[in-house]
Write a protein of this length. Structure first.
Length: 399
């Protein structure tokens, strides 16, 4: 089993620098920055985690997330792992966190790359074209039926296998931008793609910085395209930001129960380059998620980005969709009443977001006003009538 990997950072100008080395020893992860990175000889160094892994630290012990801590954001979740298994066979499945880092491809989120030796790995882009969407959809349908992956389609599977999340996805280029195509599944009880597109656009109308989205036909299926916020425009689509999920920011495991919006707000207060704006933005997202019934707002669906020259900021919103199939509680705590999905609960800890009670109520009031017309808004964004009926069960009853 491989137990050591070198970590590199890629930059928008095509350069790349050695960040450090991660290894597993005695069932614990250890990470140390390279001297050149720690001393910032090139003027581009940033900490992998602003609090847990400062540049002037020595060796860090990593206990969470398969002992690779925040580096785990660069590895796939259930969908990508399924693809890697289908391609390589379960017997060749990576056996530890380090092997998952080395198996991840260049479409992974953020700007890190991994290698077995200190020299930077060659870039192996695996980006699809929008004309591939139909082929992606049929290749993914075969995987979902449990069939072995066709080796001729390997390049299709690689385009998105390193991203997190559970839904089938692939990275494609369209109009000089890079997009994550998220495909519908036969098991979907309603039109998830249109619902996600409409919810993301509605979030934007409510003043939330949501990633750009489009709907696309993918052969027999549909896809929602989400514009990547961590890549430059074409032709090279280079990494433009270091990505840290809220799960990593709070240094928790997937199984931890401790996540809350207030804890994310605390992290922003301590590290964000514009913490006031980011905390209010997070409050808006919490209120929006509660009201539209986006119950899948777990800690991997929030993130911060480090952009050279700009510092740490809350990342644009992504993976926002009403979830009528979920119990009416949020995935993380909203206020003093825990995960209870109510506006009253949102107000209980508004001070953590830098807001007085009347300010919090004004922010939420503005969102409620804009949500009143969600049905015609969704209809105008290609959501069919039966999906709108289903989604009605997720929205707050007063809307
Ligand atoms: N616009 C974006 N730009 C860059 N990275 C993104 C973007 N949207 C999502 N990601 C990354 O891809 C991962 C998967 O995306 P997303 O959460 O939308 O997928 P999902 O399969 O619906 O997830 P889940 O399992 O939470 O339902 C995210 O956790 C995030 O790391
Ligand atoms: Mg997600």
């Amino acid at each position: 089993m491989i137990s050591e990997a070198f970590v590199h950072a890629r930059f928008a100008d095509g350069s790349s620098h050695l960040v450090g080395r991660c290894r597993l020893a005695d069932r614990l992860g250890q990470f140390a920055y390279a001297g050149s990175w720690r001393e910032n000889r090139h003027g581009r160094a940033f900490p992998l985690h602003p609090e847990r892994m400062p540049l002037d630290g020595g060796e860090f012990v990593l206990r969470t997330r398969s002992q690779i801590g925040p580096l785990a954001d660069s590895t796939p979740d259930s969908w990508g792992r399924r693809i890697v298994e289908a391609l390589q066979g379960p017997e060749h499945r990576p056996g530890n966190g380090i092997e998952w880092l080395l198996a991840s491809g260049d479409e992974r989120v953020g700007c890190l790359a991994f290698s077995r030796t200190p020299s930077p790995p060659a870039v192996r882009a695996a980006v699809g074209a929008d004309s591939d969407l139909g082929r992606f959809a049929s290749a993914f349908a075969a995987i979902e039926r449990g069939e072995a992956a066709d080796p001729l389609s390997e390049h299709l599977f690689r385009a998105g296998a390193s991203l997190g999340g559970a839904r089938p996805k692939a990275v494609i280029a369209q109009d000089d931008q890079l997009w994550i195509a998220k495909f519908s599944r036969t098991s979907d009880g309603f039109d998830h793609c249109a619902a996600e597109h409409a919810a993301m656009r509605l979030a934007q109308v409510c003043g939330i910085d949501a990633a750009a989205t489009r709907l696309a036909n993918a052969g027999v299926r549909r896809a929602v395209l989400v514009q990547r916020f961590d890549r430059t425009p074409g032709p090279d689509f280079r990494p433009s930001a270091h990505y840290l999920s809220a799960l990593s920011a709070l240094d928790l495991d997937e199984t931890a129960q401790g996540g809350s919006y207030a804890a994310i707000a605390g992290f922003l207060r301590r590290v964000s380059a514009d913490h006031r704006a980011d905390a209010v933005e997070l409050f808006r997202r919490m209120v929006f998620n509660v009201l539209v019934g986006n119950r899948d707002d777990h800690l991997k669906n929030h993130a911060v980005l480090f952009r050279p020259g700009q510092g740490w900021r809350l990342a644009p919103a992504f993976d926002v969709m009403p979830q009528p199939e979920f119990a009416p509680v949020q995935a993380i705590s909203v206020g003093r009443f825990g995960t209870t999905a109510s506006l009253a609960n949102c107000y209980t800890l508004c001070g953590e977001f830098g807001l007085h009670d009347d300010e919090a109520r004004a922010v939420a009031g503005g969102i409620v006003e804009r949500l009143r017309n969600w049905r015609p808004f969704f209809a105008a964004h290609e959501v069919d009538a039966s999906t709108i009926r289903r989604l009605g069960g997720a929205f707050a009853p007063t809307l």
